[in-house]
Each structure stands twice: as structure tokens, then as C-alpha cells.
Design a protein around this ligand. Structure first.
Ligand code: PLP
Length: 225
């Protein structure tokens, strides 16, 4: 287990780099929210970051998130939990009940399931549409050219609270063109939230208009296998 001291130091360092990258791009230093990605890390790893005052977190699996965050939410108020991993239709209701933001909507079947789950639970977490900017076969997300129509369908047909878009660029590509593309898709659709950038490239994402960056290993160190 990494020492809490280093985790909090990393957190402050990432936050300072985000502020600097924003200012370099002529944006306010607080234009970007840091989503600390805690997948594979347990409550003992996460607690120091909560104690340091951080409140926005990302998890990629519904069950794993429920397992640790139920207790942490009892200890700390005002936590915002983002689902950043693929969501199966049969977990839509659990996800709607548990998360504050769902970042990975990418198909009509899931949109319908989320709408139904919202009606049933009375909860309406913010929804981001995932865009497969690199059009990779193995990656989730709608193709860029299909994104405008899909976003419109989610808002108009399913009445979902779509607030933005997210992407995970191909690991081998220089990320800037992907970030610029995602930003343009958000702007064209009139969506305020743009979730892009991870440990290796979040400063570039801040330069290019991200409103949320998702940083895991840059804060918590290498994830357990
Ligand atoms: C794991 C993950 C991250 C964080 O990755 P790091 O490289 O550890 O910062 C960001 N976004 C998504 C969707 C992830 O699954």
C-alpha cells in the first residue's frame, strides 16, 4: 500500500498542473474538475484523498464501486461518483441508483434502460455520451459522425439529462486531435461537459477545453494487477 503522504502529494501536484495548464491556455485555473480514478484501489487507499478534501471520483465497475463507496459515503459528505467504465443494460438500474454521473452511454438500448431506471428510482444522474474518437473496433463509444444524432435521440426520445461527452483516445495516438474533435462535438451539440485526459495526457486535455480529467495512477500509483 502506498503511503498516504505520497498519495496526497500526488493529488496536490496533479491539481497544480491542471491549474497551470488551464492558465497557459487562457482559461481560469479552476476550469477543470479532477476526477480521481479509484478503480482497483480499496477504501484505505482512498481515504487520505477524501481527508485532503477531494470529492470527485471515478470507478469503472458498478459492483466494485458499491463495495467500497457505500461505507465511504457514510464517512464523508458531498461525494460525487462517476461511472467511467462500460455499463451493461442489466446493471442500468444499479448504476442510476448509485452514481452521480454516468459517463459511458453509447447505445440506444442502454439509453432506454437508463430512462426506465430513472423513472423507477426517481434519480437522474448526469449522463455523458462516450465517443469512440479513434473508431477502434474493440472500444466502446459512438462513432464521431453518429454522435450528434445519438445525442439528440438521448435528449429528445429518451429525455435523458445529457450534459456532455467523454472519450478515451487510442493508446498509440497523439491525443490532441482526439481531444479537439471531442470538444467540437460538445460545442456543436451545446453540451457543457467534456471529460477527456488521463494520467499521461491530462495537461493537453486542459489546454484543449476539457472540463473534467480522469486521473488514476498519477495519484494512487500503479494499480494492483
Ligand atoms: C482507468 C481509467 C482512467 C485513469 O487512467 P490512469 O492512466 O490511471 O490515469 C481514466 N479513464 C478511464 C475510462 C479509465 O478506465
Amino acid at each position: 500500500m502506498p503511503e498516504a503522504h505520497f498519495t496526497v502529494e500526488n493529488l496536490q501536484d496533479v491539481k497544480a498542473k491542471i491549474a497551470r495548464a488551464c492558465e497557459e491556455a487562457g482559461r481560469p485555473g479552476d476550469a477543470v474538475t479532477l476526477t480521481a480514478v479509484t478503480k482497483k484501489f480499496d477504501a484505505d487507499h482512498i481515504r487520505p484523498v477524501l481527508e485532503a478534501g477531494h470529492r470527485t471520483f471515478g470507478e469503472n465497475r458498478v459492483q466494485e464501486a458499491q463495495g467500497k463507496w457505500l461505507a465511504l459515503r457514510g464517512e464523508f459528505a458531498d461525494i460525487s461518483l462517476h461511472l467511467i467504465g462500460p455499463l451493461q443494460t442489466n446493471k442500468a438500474e444499479d448504476a442510476v441508483a448509485f452514481f452521480d454521473v454516468i459517463e459511458t452511454l453509447d447505445r440506444a438500448k442502454l439509453a432506454r434502460a437508463l430512462a426506465k431506471a430513472m423513472e423507477k428510482t426517481g434519480r437522474r444522474p448526469d449522463i455523458l455520451v462516450q465517443v469512440n474518437t479513434g473508431e477502434e473496433d474493440q472500444k466502446a463509444g459512438v462513432a464521431p459522425r453518429e454522435a450528434p444524432a445519438f445525442i439528440a435521440q438521448c435528449r429528445d426520445e429518451f429525455s435523458l439529462p445529457v450534459t456532455g461527452v467523454m472519450c478515451i483516445p487510442p493508446a498509440a495516438d497523439y491525443p490532441a486531435p482526439h481531444f479537439a474533435l471531442l470538444k467540437r462535438i460538445a460545442a456543436d451539440a451545446g453540451l457543457p461537459v467534456v471529460s477527456m485526459g488521463m494520467s499521461g495526457d491530462y495537461e493537453i486535455a486542459c489546454n484543449l477545453g476539457a472540463t473534467h480529467v480522469r486521473v488514476g495512477s498519477g495519484i494512487f500509483g500503479d494499480r494492483p494487477a
